[in-house]
Design a protein around this ligand. Structure first.
Ligand SMILES: [Zn+2]
Length: 272
């Protein structure tokens, strides 16, 4: 229960976070509350069921929740996220000591924090993967052109040549950051090896196996590597929405969401 100066009425409302909330005008006679709740018992019961349904849905909807941490297996780092909801229009991300990432702004808007985190991850991927490519390239004496980092849904990397004489461009998926290092290394070696052969011919695999004898096993292991990529990266709708849900999900699953239009009724005792 809380008192509010801004109201002259008693309000009942439910939120996912705090359950039933009773807002009363300042100076309201608290003894009158049980009787009021009794009067609204059926409404409360219905709202309670709705809240339960919404909670269950949110639990099965992890990708619209700002993650608490980001585990980057590729580089052995776990970043803890400190979220702060502000009414700024822009999302801001700041790195702090001890691998903490402060995320502030409209954190209830999944699309905003998702794209901010993806930008941060792409920058990080560039900073980590480009030198990694350089190291492998110089170890194995393979020449390549620029390295680009992109978010891709179907491939971990690619190698292409814009013109016959140009150095091949390596494109790497920013999502590689989530993979264990041995698989990242495999992708890098695979793409670097394409600088000598642009196909998947037996000659290509022989070349790749000369620098990585376990290439075949690694290639198979990579097939199931998408499971390392967290689901919050993509906005997806669940296959089916429960019938009792409102057309729109709460815009701010992190904050209290009013599920039912707050029911308002005059209370004799509350009138000033
Ligand atoms: Zn290939």
């Amino acid at each position: 229960m809380r008192e509010s100066r801004r109201t002259k009425h008693v309000h009942l409302r439910f939120s996912i976070r705090s359950g039933l909330e009773v807002v009363v005008p300042v100076g309201f006679d608290r003894d009158a509350i049980p009787a009021l709740l009794e009067e609204k018992a059926r409404w409360i019961e219905r709202a309670e069921r709705e809240v339960e349904a919404q909670r269950a849905l949110l639990d099965s909807w992890p990708h619209d929740r700002l993650p608490e941490k980001i585990e980057l297996l590729a580089v052995g780092e776990t970043w803890g996220i400190d979220a702060m909801s502000t009414d700024a229009r822009r999302m801001s991300l700041r790195e702090h000591a001890g691998h903490r990432l402060a995320v502030s702004g409209p954190i209830g808007e999944a699309a905003r924090w998702r794209s901010a985190l993806k930008r941060w991850l792409a920058d990080k991927a560039g900073a980590e993967l480009e030198p990694w490519v350089e190291r492998e390239a110089s170890t194995h004496r393979l020449r390549h052109g620029p390295v680009t980092i992109r978010w891709q849904k179907t491939r971990w990397g690619s190698c292409s040549r814009r013109a016959a004489a140009a150095k091949p461009v390596l494109s790497l998926n920013a999502g590689l950051l989530f993979l264990p290092p041995h698989l990242v290394r495999y992708v890098i070696l695979h793409e670097l090896c394409h600088t000598t052969r642009m196909d998947h011919s037996p000659a290509f695999w022989r070349r790749l196996e000369r620098i990585e004898p376990a290439a075949e096993a690694l290639r198979r292991e990579l097939r199931s590597a998408w499971r390392f990529v967290p689901s919050w990266l993509e906005a997806q709708l669940p296959a089916r929405l429960p019938a009792q849900l409102p057309a729109q999900l709460p815009a701010q699953p992190m904050a209290a969401a009013v599920l039912t239009a707050p029911q308002r009724f005059d209370s004799a005792a509350g009138r000033t």
